[in-house]
Design a protein around this ligand. Structure first.
Ligand code: GAR
Length: 198
């Protein structure tokens, strides 16, 4: 059975879907959920699901990324994860941190990578006049949002879409994509999958 740790920064809706998926014949189980924000709503949601949580407030480290990450690593490594999933974790990780989890660190990003790494992905897709937006689950490498793709979901952009309406429709599809990719990844399946929104 693979042990899965999850890092979040906010509401944690993807984390909830991942945790809920890891039951029965699933090859993995959640062992810990951590956040850089002690107030992140997702922490209470994880606790309610019976998953231990921790928070390391990045604001306590005044830009010292290495010290912040050392704080994260304590509880993370104690939980002995085989796989670390970033699920709406909004801090950039150093290459030293990423290398510690190389090959077993996943992220979900709300765009069809390689399009729109970074922030404001939905606004950028709308401004570019794209017919499709979506989300990508990928392996994390030191370069931001650039690691090997494990799965994507494609979502049509509607003429009346705002960044908010598009983000909401993509998020629903993220909830399908991430659990599917994690299940496959935990079984050692690395070939990318593509889903389309109904
Ligand atoms: C999700 O849309 C996720 O793709 C995005 O943050 C949201 C988190 O929502 N992640 C990023 O932008 C990472 N750069 P959630 O907390 O409800 O899962």
């Amino acid at each position: 059975m693979k042990r899965v740790a999850i890092l979040i920064s906010g509401g944690g809706s993807n984390m909830v879907k991942l945790v809920e998926s890891m039951t029965g014949d699933h090859p993995a189980r959640p062992v810990i959920v951590g956040s850089n924000d002690p107030q992140a709503a997702g922490l209470a949601r994880a606790s309610a699901l019976g998953v231990p949580t921790f928070a390391v407030d990045h604001r306590d480290f005044r830009g010292d990324r290495a010290a912040f990450e050392a704080g994260l690593l304590g509880p993370l490594l104690a939980a002995q994860p085989d796989i670390l999933c970033l699920a709406g974790f909004m801090r950039i990780l150093t290459s030293e941190f990423v290398q510690q989890f190389e090959g077993r660190l996943l992220n979900i990003h709300p765009s069809l990578l390689p399009k729109y790494p970074g922030l404001h992905t939905h606004q950028r897709a709308i401004e570019a006049g794209d017919a499709e937006a979506g989300a990508t689950v990928h392996l994390v490498t030191p370069e931001l949002d650039a690691g090997p793709i494990l799965g994507q979901v494609r979502v049509p952009v509607l003429p009346q879409d705002t960044a908010e309406s598009l983000a909401a429709r993509v998020l629903v599809q993220e909830h399908r994509l991430y659990p599917k990719v994690l299940r496959r990844f935990a079984r050692g399946e690395l070939s990318p999958i593509t889903l389309t929104a109904a």
